[in-house]
Ligand binder design. Structure first.
Ligand SMILES: [Zn+2]
Ligand SMILES: [Zn+2]
Length: 279
């Protein structure tokens, strides 16, 4: 089965016409099913979870201005839109990409409980006030690369252990700009795999890294190999922010999955997981 479970409408509009462009591209890319996974922070309901990052006196100016366009839509409208697409007969799943913010587990759980999600993705893009994937100029010049990697993986492990999410997305996003740590990453990989297995969550293979300065898929094959040994299922993702990127480099993601030994991909309905043969 060919599936892409990670895409965003945020660069366009929450309209059926715009959603149809994603569904159209899914057919061009010969996908059997797609999952839309808008960022939580586009919705007013997420302000209680991330608003403090924007409002902090020490917020990075670029991040502060980025936040000015966030928390604007209503989750009800988004959920209704995806349902309307499903009613048209499009093979769509209702997902959400949620930033894990330590201490906000209750608020995250409330949003998860309030809507009929097919699946929920858990992400780490922020370490305290620092959105590390903004640009190499934001935060990175003041940071020790090893400490950044340690902070990232400890946040990702905490996100996984929260047990809130069905799949953990782009699970080594910290490499996005190609910064290379001098410390070994295997201990972090092992701790992540243990956490994933404990909560029975999936790990995501995300082809978007190919379009970023690092130029490789997330995550590293050594990490994926450990996931397979621990029977952690995968979800597949191209992380499109525009319709034309739906299914982009999916074959490379599938190739990586097969190369470490995966034969199946996880799909979801009402947060119930089914493993399907990799397409
Ligand atoms: Zn993300
Ligand atoms: Zn995303």
């Amino acid at each position: 089965m060919r599936v892409d479970y990670h895409m965003h409408l945020e660069m366009g509009s929450l309209t059926l016409d715009y959603l149809e462009e994603f569904w159209h591209q899914a057919q061009v890319a010969r996908l059997d099913e797609i999952g839309v996974s808008e960022h939580g922070h586009n919705f007013r309901q997420y302000k209680s979870i991330m608003g403090h990052i924007r409002d902090n006196a020490h917020a990075y100016p670029k991040i502060k201005s980025w936040f000015s366009g966030k928390f604007t839509h209503d989750l009800d409208d988004y959920v209704n839109l995806i349902q309307t697409g499903k009613d048209r007969g499009w093979s769509l799943k209702l997902g959400l990409e949620m930033d894990y913010i330590p201490g906000k587990e209750r608020e995250i759980a409330e949003i998860i409980a309030a809507y009929p999600w097919d699946y929920v993705l858990g992400s780490v893009h922020f370490l305290g006030q620092w959105g590390f994937d903004f640009s190499p100029e934001v935060g990175w010049p003041d940071k020790d690369v090893n400490s950044a990697y340690e902070a990232y993986f400890s946040a990702l492990i905490a996100a996984t252990r929260s047990g809130l999410f069905d799949s953990i997305t782009h699970p080594d996003l910290i490499k996005i700009f190609g910064h290379e740590p001098s410390i070994p990453l295997e201990p972090f990989y092992d701790a992540m795999v243990t956490a994933l297995a404990e909560v029975d969550a999936c790990v995501e293979i995300n082809s978007a890294g190919l379009r970023k300065p690092v130029g490789v898929i997330y995550p590293h094959p050594d990490f994926l190999r450990r996931c397979l040994e621990a029977n952690v299922p995968i979800t597949l993702a191209c992380d499109a922010h525009y319709p034309e990127d739906v299914g982009r480099d999916l074959d490379a993601a599938i190739h990586l999955a097969r190369s470490v030994g995966y034969t199946h991909v996880a799909t979801f309905a009402n947060r119930r997981r089914t493993l399907q043969p990799l397409g």
